[in-house]
Design a protein around this ligand. Structure first.
Ligand SMILES: Cc1cc2nc3c(=O)[nH]c(=O)nc-3n(C[C@H](O)[C@H](O)[C@H](O)COP(=O)(O)OP(=O)(O)OC[C@H]3O[C@@H](n4cnc5c(N)ncnc54)[C@H](O)[C@@H]3O)c2cc1C
Length: 363
């Protein structure tokens, strides 16, 4: 079975990997847009922020991502020792959540440890943080270094002979009744396959319109900053506070995220976001005062109405996996598995009904 995947973000790449593993002939085309895709821009946290607040459809897709990425890390290292995707099971300190009892109940039900910490204990263990805040310790929370993940997956794909093109935007999809016949590339060439999968992030909706289908996917910009660790290695845990977070990478880069902005397809960075994120970081970690972030960037998240992605078929041979909004890196492995099972006619482990895109097609 020949499958054409449109989009080489984390969703397209892990879907390609999975289908290749199942014996499909896979071709991936990517547009290489201006700026970076969300899969590069994101923080790589392998859990939704405040996971207990999410609907079960999202929790199901996020449950075992850390295990998946840990094994992927080993497989990719075996292929190329120079590329480490840096899965770090550092844990996350969740400061002053207003719903701590609900969080603990959720943790007890899921078998996830969420231990309450008093302000004094936090101060002793994380002396670089602002004083006087209580929190929860989410010890199992991990993150992956997503720009390296993308690079490693692309290298693996080329080594495995998955046909891959990084600068071939699909301009339109050519439909005949209930089937897709081909896709037209910007250079005018047509590409044909048995099945087509749209994983084009926030650009998915525009592509689908070209063959008369409307799916509610919108871009939502997220901006982030990066600092150098001023604490000489003390910062070794993620911290979530008032909806924003710090992520310490292994080499001393500290990420600060993120904004949530409905500004259409504008992936530029703004002084206002820089100021807001800087203010947050300096309040939380007073030793950052006076330091300048060395980088600022933005990505466009593919937002779906409730953050529940669309995974399934829209035509007999046209499939989508998109709309992962704020949780695409953590949901990518389970999304790829679900889509592969559906495409191969197998009964998936998860009930596919909540993700079925046909229900959401504009009438
Ligand atoms: C600031 C920020 C922080 C985030 N933090 C996290 C986090 O900590 N954890 C988490 O799980 N998620 C996080 N996310 C969300 C996550 O990054 C996204 O949900 C995920 O990356 C979406 O992946 P995708 O593959 O669907 O889309 P994308 O990464 O956008 O990839 C889509 C790809 O499709 C290609 N494409 C588009 N149009 C065409 C075309 N016409 N032809 C060919 N190719 C095309 C693009 O070039 C792009 O490479 C964050 C996002 C942002 C912006």
């Amino acid at each position: 079975m020949k499958v054409l995947i449109i989009g080489a973000g984390v969703i397209g790449l892990l879907t390609a990997r999975r289908l290749h593993h199942e014996g499909c002939q896979v071709i991936v085309v990517d547009a290489a847009p201006e700026g970076r895709p969300a899969s590069w821009a994101g923080g790589g946290i392998l859990s939704p922020l405040y996971p207990w607040r999410y609907p079960v459809e999202i929790q199901q897709l996020t449950a075992s991502a850390d295990q998946y990425y840990l094994s992927l890390q080993q497989e990719l290292l075996a292929l190329d020792a120079s590329i480490d995707i840096e899965v770090e099971a550092q844990g996350m300190l969740v400061l002053e959540p207003e719903d701590a009892p609900e969080a603990r109940q959720w943790g007890a039900r899921q078998g996830v440890s969420l231990r309450s910490l008093e302000a004094g204990e936090i101060q002793r263990s994380w002396p670089y943080l602002k004083r006087g805040v209580e929190g929860l310790w989410f010890s199992e929370c991990a993150h992956v270094r997503n720009p390296r993940l993308l690079r490693a997956l692309r290298i693996e794909m080329i080594q495995k002979g998955i046909l891959f093109s990084e600068s071939l935007p699909v301009q339109a999809m050519v439909r005949s009744g209930d089937r897709l016949e081909s896709v037209r590339l910007r250079n005018g060439n047509l590409l044909e396959a048995d099945h087509y999968v749209v994983c084009a992030g926030p650009w998915s909706a525009g592509l689908l319109v070209s063959c008369g289908l409307e799916l509610p996917i919108q871009p939502v910009r997220g901006q982030m900053l990066a600092y150098r660790d001023p604490s000489q290695g003390q910062m070794r845990a993620m911290v979530l506070y008032q909806g924003r977070y710090l992520i310490p990478r292994r080499d001393g880069v500290i990420l600060v995220g993120s904004t949530v902005e409905e500004v259409g397809f504008d992936a530029s960075v703004t002084p206002m976001a820089r100021e807001a994120l800087q203010g947050f970081a300096e309040d939380l970690v007073p030793m950052l005062r006076g330091q300048q972030p060395f980088a600022q960037w933005a990505g466009l998240r593919p937002a779906s109405p409730r953050g529940v992605p669309f995974i399934g078929s829209l035509l007999d041979n046209l499939w989508v996996s998109t709309g992962h909004f704020r949780n695409g890196l953590v949901m990518a492995p389970a999304s790829a598995e679900l889509l592969a099972d559906l495409m191969l006619g197998r009964t998936p482990l998860l009930d596919p009904a909540p993700y079925q895109p046909r229900h959401s097609l504009a009438k």
